[in-house]
Design a protein around this ligand. Structure first.
Ligand code: NAD
Length: 493
C-alpha cells in the first residue's frame, strides 16, 4: 500500500520518527491508505522552509499579482482535470455522497479562480487627514502577513483547506497546512497539483499528523506569523492561548448550534425541505447545521409529521452510489453521536424517528446513523445545548416572535441561523435580532465564495471567503507623505 507523505520545502518526505497511521474508509472500516505521521521536528522544518521562502528567496511573495493570479488559475485548471479523483477521494475518506463531494470540488476550483481575480482588484485607500503637522498625503497598502499556518477539520476535507489556501496564497504568504488526520487524501492530491504547476519551493508545505502535537506546535511556533483554524471551539480556545507567545494574527472558524426559526405563515413543504438540507446534508457534519428547529406552536405537529416522513425516506448507503446520506466519518464519531441520542432520550425528549445506527445489508460494517428527529425539547437538554455534528435535529415551540428570538439566541454559539415566514418585514426584523454571522431567510445552508463566512460569540473570530477572506491574510500598512518637506519649526518657540 502506497504511503501518503508530507510535502516540505518542495520534497515529499516521511515523518522524522517513522510513525504511520491508517486512513479508514467509514463505509466499511477498510484501510484506504497508510499515512506518514509528522512530528514536532517535521513541523519546525516546514515552518523554517516557509520562513525562508517568505523572507529570503521571496519568489512567491514578490511575484507580481498578474503572475500570481495566473498560477492560482493553473491550480484551478489542474484541479478541474483531477475533479473526479478529488471528489472520489473525499467520498471514500469522509463518507459524503459523491454528488456532494463533486459540489465541494467545484466550489474549491471556483475559490481559486475567485481569489486569482480578486488579487488584481484595487485595494487600500486614500485618507483626508488633518494638517496639524503640515499638509500630508495618507494612504494604505495591503501586504502579506508572512508565514501562515492553516489547520482544518475533516467535515469538508478539500474545501475547508482551499478556503484558507487560496486567499493566503493569493495574498503572497508562504503556508504550512495541516488537515485533520481523519481525512488527508484529497489534501495530498492537492499538494501534488501544487508541485505539478510549479509553486515555488517552500511556499506551500503540507504536514500530517495529530493535532495535539503538530497542530499545537504550529500554534506555538514563534516563526509563524499567523494561524487560522477551523474546528471545534474547545481546540480553538487552546490555539488562541498557544498563539499568544508572539501575538500571532489569528482567525478562528469554530462550532455552532444554529437555530432554524419557522413561523406558521411559512410555506410548510418548502420549510421541511430546507430544514432537511439544513441538518441532514453531509450527514449533519456541518458547522452551520440548523440543528435546533424552533417552530410556531400551531403548526408544529403537522411540520414534525411531514419532516419525519421525509427523514424516514432518506436513502442511506455506499456514498459512491449517491444515496442521500453516507456514513459518519469514523467509528468514534458515530459513537459520540449515538451517545447524544441516548442522552436526548434519557433527558425526556420524544424520539420521533431514527435514533439508531443503520446496519442494513452492506452498511453493517460502516458507521451509519439514521436521520433523527427529537420533539418536545427544552433549552436545558444536552442535545439542545451542545453541538452534535451528526444527523440529529431538535424541535422546540414558541408562541410569540420575542419568544422565538430569545430561544434562538439562548446558545453560546453564534455561527448561523434562519427564519422561514412569508411576512417580509418580520423576516428582516427577526434575522437582525439573531446573533449569528451567517443567516438565511426562507432557505438554509447555501454558501458562496463571494460572501463572508464566520461566527459571532464562541463560533469564532474573523471571516473567510469574499473580500474579507483575503484581507484576513493581509496586513494593512499606513503610509503618510509630507507634501512640504523641510523645516517644520516645531521646536522654535
Ligand atoms: P477538531 O477541533 O477536533 O480538529 C480540527 C483540527 O485541529 C484538526 O486538524 C486537528 O488535528 C487539529 N487539532 C486538534 N487538537 C489540536 C491542538 N491542540 N492544537 C492544534 N490543532 C489541533 O475539529 P474536528 O472534529 O476536526 O471538526 C469538527 C468541528 O469543526 C466542529 O466543531 C465544527 O463546527 C467545526 N467546523 C467549523 C466550521 C466553520 O466554518 N465555523 C467549518 C467546519 C467545521
Amino acid at each position: 500500500m502506497e504511503l501518503k507523505k508530507m510535502f516540505i520545502d518542495g520534497e515529499w518526505v516521511t515523518g522524522s520518527e517513522g510513525g504511520t497511521s491508517k486512513s479508514i474508509n467509514p463505509t466499511d472500516g477498510s484501510v484506504l491508505a497508510e499515512v506518514t505521521e509528522g512530528t514536532v521536528e517535521d513541523v519546525r522544518r516546514a515552518v523554517a522552509a516557509a520562513k525562508k521562502s517568505f523572507y529570503q528567496t521571496r519568489e512567491w511573495r514578490d511575484m507580481d499579482s498578474q503572475a500570481r493570479g495566473d498560477m492560482l488559475l493553473k491550480i484551478a485548471d489542474a484541479m478541474e482535470v483531477e475533479k473526479d479523483e478529488l471528489a472520489r477521494l473525499d467520498t471514500l475518506d469522509h463518507g459524503k455522497p459523491l454528488r456532494e463531494a463533486e459540489c465541494d470540488v467545484d466550489d474549491a476550483i471556483h475559490n481559486f479562480r475567485y481569489y486569482a481575480s480578486l488579487i488584481k482588484a484595487p485595494c487600500g485607500g486614500v485618507y483626508e487627514v488633518n494638517e496639524g503637522f503640515g499638509k500630508m498625503h495618507s494612504y494604505t497598502i495591503h501586504e502579506p502577513v508572512g508565514v501562515c499556518a492553516l489547520i482544518t477539520p475533516w467535515n469538508y476535507p478539500l474545501l475547508m483547506g482551499v478556503w484558507k489556501l487560496a486567499p493566503a496564497l493569493a495574498a503572497g504568504n508562504s503556508v504550512v497546512f495541516k488537515p485533520s488526520s481523519n481525512c488527508v487524501l484529497s489534501s495530498v492530491k492537492l499538494f501534488e497539483i501544487f508541485e505539478k504547476v510549479g509553486m515555488p519551493k517552500g511556499s506551500v508545505n503540507l504536514v500530517l499528523g495529530p493535532g495535539s502535537t503538530i497542530g499545537n506546535e504550529l500554534a506555538e511556533n514563534m516563526d509563524v506569523d499567523m494561524i487560522t483554524f477551523t474546528g471545534s471551539t474547545a481546540v480553538g480556545q487552546g490555539i488562541m492561548r498557544a498563539a499568544a507567545g508572539n501575538v500571532k494574527k489569528i482567525g478562528l472558524e469554530l462550532g455552532g448550534k444554529s437555530p432554524n426559526v419557522i413561523f406558521a405563515d411559512a410555506d410548510l413543504d418548502g420549510a421541511v425541505e430546507w430544514a432537511m438540507i439544513g441538518v441532514f446534508l453531509n450527514q449533519g457534519e456541518i458547522c452551520s447545521a440548523g440543528s435546533r428547529i424552533i417552530i410556531e406552536e400551531s403548526i408544529k405537529d403537522e411540520f414534525v409529521k411531514r419532516l419525519a416522513k421525509k427523514a424516514n425516506a432518506i436513502t442511506i448507503g455506499n456514498p459512491l452510489e449517491n444515496p442521500d446520506m453516507g456514513p459518519l466519518v469514523s467509528e468514534s464519531h458515530m459513537n459520540k453521536v449515538l451517545g447524544y441520542i441516548e442522552s436526548g432520550i434519557k433527558e425526556g425528549a420524544t424520539l420521533v424517528c431514527g435514533g439508531e445506527r443503520y446496519t442494513e445489508g452492506e452498511c453493517a460494517k460502516g458507521y451509519f446513523v439514521r436521520p433523527t428527529v427529537f420533539d418536545d425539547c427544552t433549552d436545558d437538554m444536552t442535545i439542545v445545548k451542545e453541538e452534535i455534528f451528526g444527523p440529529v435535529v431538535t424541535v422546540q415551540t414558541f408562541r410569540t416572535e420575542q419568544e422565538a428570538i430569545n430561544m434562538a439566541n439562548n446558545t453560546e454559539y453564534g455561527l448561523a441561523g434562519a427564519v422561514f415566514t412569508s411576512d417580509g418585514a418580520r423576516a428582516l426584523r427577526v434575522i437582525k435580532e439573531i446573533r449569528a454571522g451567517i443567516t438565511w431567510i426562507n432557505c438554509y445552508n447555501p454558501c458562496f465564495n463571494e460572501a463572508p463566512w464566520g461566527g459571532y460569540k464562541k463560533s469564532g473570530i474573523g471571516r473567510e471567503l469574499g473580500v474579507h477572506g483575503l484581507e484576513e491574510y493581509q496586513e494593512i500598512k499606513q503610509i503618510n507623505i509630507n507634501l512640504n518637506p523641510g523645516v517644520l519649526g516645531w521646536y522654535e518657540h
